[in-house]
Structure formats: structure tokens, C-alpha cells
Ligand binder design. Structure first.
Ligand SMILES: Nc1ncnc2c1ncn2[C@@H]1O[C@H](COP(=O)(O)OP(=O)(O)OP(=O)(O)O)[C@@H](O)[C@H]1O
Length: 418
């Protein structure tokens, strides 16, 4: 990816589908045009419609040094060569589920060349976090209005994973306002969070991830809306790894069927830890190994890695074993404190395309989690479930569907659940 803008967009446009080109042109025309109005756009579309792909095309066109790109999680940010929202805007991170203190740390320096700010996987960004982004952008350029007058494009799918223990980006802070609106039904936009109504809407429609298995794509659209047919249940039954939730059976199947970037998706971090450690692996930061340094006997001495959450370069050295006993320590070699992890939470998988997934399913599950997990793969053959609980069901979030339909109506599209 070049850091300078490409002025002839024809080559970039060639790699995009017609709906991606429509949005690409709309954004670039507004940024490059004579209008002084900043872009305020929310680009949605179901999983696999190439939202992240379009982001990389926009970065190429505008030039990496002229765009800020971010996402709520490190893995999602890495996907679009960006930073986490926290890292980009220097927001304090909440620890152990406690709320942070709401302070805004020093904002990064912003040159005059900043043309566009992009936030991917917006479904996971809470209304509170979005308020902070607004303050941070206004701090870059005070006196220029909302979001500092910068162009801002949001990408995501409101039917994928919502923010953890927080309000949706479109949800109102004060229940009382909702009550008032119920009594005096005014413009529906008043329901929304403070900044959300500033955004116009676009939707991508071509599924690029499951385009070779349209039956699977249709199945996913049912699941996205919380509908699981009898045929779907039969299919899920046939994709079970084991009759009982046995980590060993899952691990064995994983080793046999897992390809390239396969993942076991689980609900909670502690389950991921358990699964990883049972298999002799450990959970931790996800890192990309950039360089393996060896000595003259080809023993690995150290690794240069980039954690996906921070994108810093880190060197990992061998450590002495912790076991007690001097003799035992002398016998054991210093070890590298890094092992591959293959179970992650559904949250960490959002935004990725994976070769194979193994879904851990509770008896009742949010449609957003199930849909996000299942839609990571390209075809039915790449999807497994660790076990299908009796009476398995998924439930849809009505607020997200309602907001989706409201947005679609603004561009004359029918409700998704019609
Ligand atoms: N125009 C395109 N031509 C070829 N491949 C494409 C195109 N657009 C997207 N893809 C591919 O389709 C897959 C899904 O794309 P992408 O991850 O951008 O979708 P997404 O809408 O961001 O999905 P999600 O909502 O799940 O994050 C990726 O493998 C991507 O490379």
C-alpha cells in the first residue's frame, strides 16, 4: 500500500464491484470536490460484502498519510491496516470490566493533510465511545464544529456483534427522552444518540465471501435475522465435532480439518484460555512474527513480533524455566514464552475471513454472535460446531433490526425482515 495518494483511480475502481465503486466515487467526489461540507456517511452491508476491502481501496486512493483508520478491536484494526480506536484517539482503556474515568489523553498531532477518518466494525463501538471520538476529533481542530469538521466514514453491520455492556451507537442516553417521544411521536431520528443522525446511509449488496456457495449465503441471511429452519438444524447437526463437549475431541478435529487460518470461536476469554491450555497452548496477545533470529546452530534465539493490538515492534527473548530445583533448571533449556493460540472469542473474529471455524454454541445465543462466527468462512464445508445443544436457538436484537430498517428506508430499501 502506497502512502501517497493515487490520482488515477481507474485501476483501483477496476478491482471493485459496482456497489463498491458507487460508494468509492461518492466519498472521493465529496472529499475532492468544491463542497466544504465534510463527508458523514455510514456504509453498511451484510458480512462479506467487502466493506473492509473498500476501506483499503479508499486508503490507496487518498494516501495512507492522509487517512486515519481505526476499529474497536486490535484484530479488526489490523485487518484494515489501522489502529484501535483507543490507540488512535488516546482514549483510556477500561480495565477488568470497570468503567474508565472518561479522561481524554493528549490527541496525536494532526497535519493539514488529514482528509478522511474511517472507523470500521462500528457495531462494536458504543455510543459513549463514539462521543469520545467526536470530542477527540474536535480537539484536533477546535472551532471547526462537530468532529472538528473532518470527513468521517463509518463501516459496519449493525446485525453483527454489539458493544460489550454498553449502549449501541444509535441508542439514546436518556430513557426519559424515549418516553417523551412515545407520547409525542416526532422524527424517529430523535431516538438516536447525539451524533448518529448526522450520518447518511449507503449499503453494499454483493456478497464476496460466500459467492461460491450461495445456499450457505442464504442460510447466513436467515441466521442474521434469528431464523433457523429445520433444514438448518439438520445441517448444524451434521457439522458437529463431538457428541459431548470434549476439548480433546475438538482439538483433534481441529488438527485434522483446520487449514491456514482456522479458529475455534468461543463466547468467553476464559474458555479460550482453557481450550488453548488444555492443548498445551497458551492464550495471550495475538502477534505477527516478523523475524526469527537464530544462532549459528539454527537454534531460535529471539523473535521480532508485532502485537496486533498496538502494531509496535517487540523482541521476545528466551526465558529461564521457572521450575524449582537448581539441577532441574540446568537441564531445561531457556524457552521462548510464545505459543500459537487457536481459540478466540467471537468478538476477536469479527472482521476476519477464516479458512475453517469451529463454533462453540450455548443453548441460546444472540443471533449477532452466531451470525458473525458462522459468516467468517467461505462455504458450508468450512463450518463446524463443537456440539449442537438440544433445543439450540438464536435470538435477534429488535433494536438493531429497527435501526437497520430505519436506515434502509432513507435510501428507499425495503425492511430486511420483510
Ligand atoms: N471487489 C472484490 N473483489 C474480490 N474480492 C473481494 C472484493 N471485495 C471483497 N472481497 C473479498 O471478500 C472477502 C470479504 O470482504 P471483507 O472482509 O472486506 O468484507 P466485510 O464486508 O468487511 O465483512 P465483515 O462484515 O464480515 O467484516 C475478503 O476475502 C475480501 O478480500
Amino acid at each position: 500500500m502506497s502512502s501517497s495518494p493515487i490520482t488515477d483511480y481507474s485501476l483501483i475502481r477496476e478491482r471493485l464491484s459496482p456497489d463498491q465503486v458507487r460508494v468509492f466515487d461518492r466519498i472521493l467526489n465529496q472529499i475532492g470536490g468544491s463542497s466544504s461540507d465534510p463527508v458523514r456517511l455510514f456504509v453498511s452491508g451484510t458480512a462479506g460484502t467487502g466493506k473492509s476491502f473498500l476501506i483499503t481501496a479508499l486508503i490507496d486512493a487518498v494516501g495512507a498519510k492522509n487517512v486515519f483508520v481505526c476499529a474497536p478491536t486490535g484484530v479488526a484494526a489490523k485487518q484494515v491496516k489501522g489502529k484501535t480506536i483507543h490507540a488512535l484517539f488516546n482514549l483510556p482503556v477500561a480495565k477488568n470490566g470497570e468503567q474508565d474515568d472518561g479522561r481524554l489523553f493528549t490527541a496525536p498531532a494532526v497535519g493539514d493533510n488529514l482528509k478522511l477518518v474511517i472507523v470500521d466494525e462500528i457495531s462494536m463501538c458504543s455510543a459513549e465511545m463514539f462521543d469520545r471520538v467526536e470530542s477527540a476529533m474536535r480537539a484536533f481542530r477546535p472551532n471547526c464544529g462537530v468532529f472538528g469538521g473532518f470527513s468521517l466514514v463509518l463501516f459496519g453491520d449493525l446485525l453483527q456483534i454489539p458493544p460489550v455492556n454498553a449502549r449501541w451507537i444509535f441508542e439514546c442516553k436518556w430513557g426519559g427522552v424515549v418516553l417523551l417521544i412515545l407520547i409525542f411521536p416526532l422524527n424517529v431520528g430523535v431516538f438516536s444518540a447525539q451524533w448518529w443522525p448526522c450520518f447518511e446511509y449507503e449499503e453494499l449488496e454483493v456478497n464476496h465471501r460466500q459467492h461460491t456457495d450461495m445456499e450457505f449465503a442464504e442460510m447466513l441471511q436467515r441466521w442474521r435475522l434469528g431464523r433457523v429452519s429445520g433444514g438448518d438444524m439438520d445441517f448444524l447437526q451434521s457439522r458437529q465435532v463431538s457428541g459431548t463437549p470434549s476439548y480433546a475431541a475438538v482439538a483433534e478435529q481441529y488438527c485434522q480439518n483446520g487449514r491456514g487460518n482456522s479458529m475455534i470461536l468461543v463466547q468467553y476469554n476464559k474458555t479460550a484460555d482453557e481450550l488453548n491450555s488444555r492443548c498445551g497452548l497458551m492464550n495471550g496477545d495475538t502477534v505477527l512474527v516478523q523475524k526469527v533470529h537464530t544462532d549459528q546452530d539454527q537454534n531460535v534465539e529471539r523473535l521480532t513480533v508485532t502485537p496486533v493490538d498496538t502494531a509496535e515492534v517487540v523482541t521476545i527473548y528466551r526465558r529461564q524455566p521457572q521450575e524449582s530445583g537448581r539441577q532441574q533448571q540446568q537441564q531445561q533449556k531457556p524457552y521462548l514464552p510464545v505459543l500459537p493460540a487457536y481459540a478466540v472469542t467471537y468478538h476477536k473474529a469479527q472482521g476476519q475471513t477464516l479458512d475453517t471455524v469451529f463454533l462453540e454454541l450455548p443453548r441460546s445465543m444472540d443471533a449477532s454472535l452466531f451470525f458473525t462466527g458462522a459468516s467468517r468462512v467461505r462455504s458450508r464445508d468450512d463450518l463446524y460446531v463443537t456440539r449442537l445443544p438440544a433445543g439450540f436457538s438464536i435470538k435477534i436484537n429488535g433494536a438493531a433490526v429497527g435501526e437497520y430498517n430505519r436506515l434502509r428506508a432513507t435510501i428507499q430499501l425495503p425492511p430486511i425482515d420483510d
